[in-house]
Design a protein around this ligand. Structure first.
Ligand SMILES: Nc1ncnc2c1ncn2[C@@H]1O[C@H](COP(=O)(O)OP(=O)(O)OP(=O)(O)O)[C@@H](O)[C@H]1O
Length: 234
């Protein structure tokens, strides 16, 4: 299978701090892959490096076979790599539908009606202001906005952090629907149950290096690895 996203031996710095120390990973069509690791391991920096918000000192970022390493963030976004950041980035003063309308891109296979099928709550709330939404609805809106751009790959940074269990369940099933609709997803998430429910494969990052890779089946029965790298009794 050819990788839709391939990161090869990425090294990234903040000033003199060497944060990513050779990160390599792949994401193929039809997959959800998680990037796990303790706080400060470099998960967000990996996503930021992929989208060009952090420029790698060395290594390679390939999207659908095309080398986009070192390109400015807007070019990488246009090429089809979309990051939904932790802080959500929606327009508080615009309505839900206006937030969606301005995210529509010409040539994207996604229309607002497709979005409402996956996120019925957004249709119910379409006239509400972005700032009036619950945390979970804001998260749905920011994922929806990213989808409307027609990404080849979607990267989600802690999409369910701080949300109530019932909303977490809803978002988990929506992320599954997005994968089924043909958009592969790289997921950074601390909630292990969510990662297990969704992912085909897992990578574990420690101090800027991938230290473990496992299929969903291997990961499900490997409580020792989970305890060692994530400090969680599984
Ligand atoms: N803008 C920045 N300037 C300097 N150092 C940073 C910056 N952002 C992150 N770091 C440092 O880089 C390291 C990796 O951070 P990163 O956010 O990638 O980790 P993470 O695995 O996503 O963890 P978390 O779950 O806590 O967000 C940490 O030591 C962090 O303190």
């Amino acid at each position: 299978m050819t990788a839709t996203l391939r990161l090869t031996d990425l090294h990234s710095y903040y000033g003199k701090s060497h944060i990513l120390q050779g990160v390599s990973l792949e994401l193929s069509e039809g997959e959800i892959v998680t990037l796990l690791g303790r706080n400060g391991a470099g998960k967000s920096t990996t996503l930021k490096t992929a989208v060009g918000a952090v420029t790698p000192r060395s290594g390679r970022v390939e999207l659908a076979g095309r080398d986009v390493t070192g390109q400015p963030a807007h070019r990488i976004a246009k090429a089809g790599l979309s990051l939904v950041p932790e802080d959500r980035g929606i327009f508080q003063l615009l309505s839900v539908e206006e937030n969606l309308r301005i995210a529509v891109k010409r040539g994207s296979p996604w229309a607002i009606s497709d979005i409402y099928k996956i996120f019925p709550r957004l249709e119910e709330r379409r006239r509400n202001g972005g700032g009036q939404l619950s945390g979970g609805e804001q998260q749905m809106l920011s994922i929806a906005r990213a989808l409307l751009g027609g990404p080849k790959v979607l990267m989600l940074d802690e999409p369910v952090e701080g949300l109530a269990p019932i909303i977490v369940e809803e978002i988990v099933s929506q992320i599954g629907l997005i994968r089924d609709a043909g958009v592969p997803i790289l997921l950074v998430e601390q909630n292990l149950a969510v990662c297990r429910a969704l992912a085909n494969r897992h990578y574990i990052l420690e101090m800027g290096r991938i230290v473990h890779e496992a299929s969903a089946t291997e990961f499900a029965s490997d409580s020792e690895t989970i305890d060692r790298y994530l400090g969680v009794k599984a």
